[in-house]
Design a binder for this molecule. Structure first.
Ligand code: SF4
Ligand code: SF4
Length: 167
């Protein structure tokens, strides 16, 4: 549970996931931010106004999955690294996860990395499809990886191999 160990529990995740039919349609943001903290860059980062806070800056962000088109612009805006974009419609057996990345080395497009779960445990290999840098959030890259579909809701970080080492 988030409040005990900093890791979102399955029931907590289920409560914030977009509906199944929206998830199946294509890319959509998953905002894994469950605490009332004074923070709101995600709200202004979204050009479609899909993220809102009803009760001001200390409220939790609310995503309208019908408005979100999965553009990924909000991912690097979040200082808590709590926003991901998942595309379950990517391929028959594979999904994509777009996640924030602030480590070194920087992953290479086309390369293979380890996908990690929320606890930092390696869960599968992932292909790096895209690495993007936004001038506004220049310390946070946005990385899109391809993972087996069953890992789309588990893969939330990556480990990139150091030169000469294994991922
Ligand atoms: S993915 Fe794009 S449309 Fe969706 S909430 Fe983020 S910025 Fe808005
Ligand atoms: S920017 Fe991130 S940490 Fe801040 S409110 Fe939005 S989702 Fe939560």
């Amino acid at each position: 549970m988030l409040i005990n160990d900093g890791i979102i529990a399955p029931a907590e995740l289920a409560a914030i996931l977009p509906p199944e039919d929206r998830l199946k349609k294509g890319p959509v943001a998953i905002v894994e931010c469950l605490q009332d903290i004074p923070c709101d860059p995600c709200v202004s980062a979204c050009p479609r106004k899909a993220i809102s806070m009803k009760e001001g800056i200390t409220d939790k962000p609310h995503l309208d999955p019908a408005v979100c088109n999965g553009c990924t612009l909000c991912v690097a805006s979040c200082p808590g690294l709590a926003i991901f974009v998942v595309n379950l419609a990517h391929a028959a057996r594979a999904a994509t996860v777009t996640l924030p990345y602030e480590m070194l080395p920087v992953p290479k497009e086309g390369g293979i990395v380890q996908a990690l779960d929320r606890a930092g445990k390696a869960i599968c290999e992932a292909k790096v499809l895209k690495v993007m840098k936004n001038k506004k959030y220049d310390r946070t890259l946005t990385v899109t990886i391809e993972v087996p579909k069953e890992q789309a809701m588990n893969a939330r970080a990556i480990r990139v191999a150091q030169k000469g080492g294994k991922a």
